[in-house]
Design a protein around this ligand. Structure first.
Ligand code: 13P
Length: 134
């Protein structure tokens, strides 16, 4: 599965801890991230992560483009709900595209835990059907 990992600055420690905890699951999948999040994950876990631009420089939009091509199976986006982001329109657009294409999206750690366990337990097999229909 193709998984996008994104975290706002105050949530990056949580994302690092999450990816350390679930390295054994994540290593079986294709990982994509916005620039700084991807660096932090790579340094902490050694996982192979394709890095797009940093979020404020267009990284959310690049991941959005993958979603629009139905080329992303899961998005884990640890958002900071308490800090204004200069690129808020890009963030909203990314989440909207997840809704357009029925891509599972977690925006906090609670959802991320559930989705990663669902992935491990095979609940994402329906995505293969979607992907094979393309
Ligand atoms: O701003 C972001 C998502 O909106 C994240 O970008 P970085 O991973 O480059 O910090």
């Amino acid at each position: 599965m193709k998984i996008a990992l994104i975290a706002h600055d105050k949530k990056k420690p949580d994302m690092v801890n999450f990816t350390i905890a679930y390295t054994n699951i994540l290593k079986h999948h294709e990982l994509f991230a916005t620039g700084t999040t991807g660096s932090r994950i790579g340094e902490a876990t050694g996982l192979d992560v394709y890095r797009f631009q940093s979020g404020p420089l267009g990284g959310d939009q690049q991941i959005g483009a993958m979603i629009a091509n139905n080329n992303m199976d899961l998005v884990i986006f640890l958002r900071d709900p308490l800090t204004a982001q200069p690129h808020e329109p890009d963030i909203i657009a990314l989440m909207r595209l997840c809704d357009v294409y029925q891509v599972p999206l977690a925006t906090n750690m609670g959802g991320a835990e559930i989705l990663i366990r669902a992935l491990e337990d095979g609940y994402f097999e329906w995505r293969e059907i979607v992907n094979n229909e393309q």
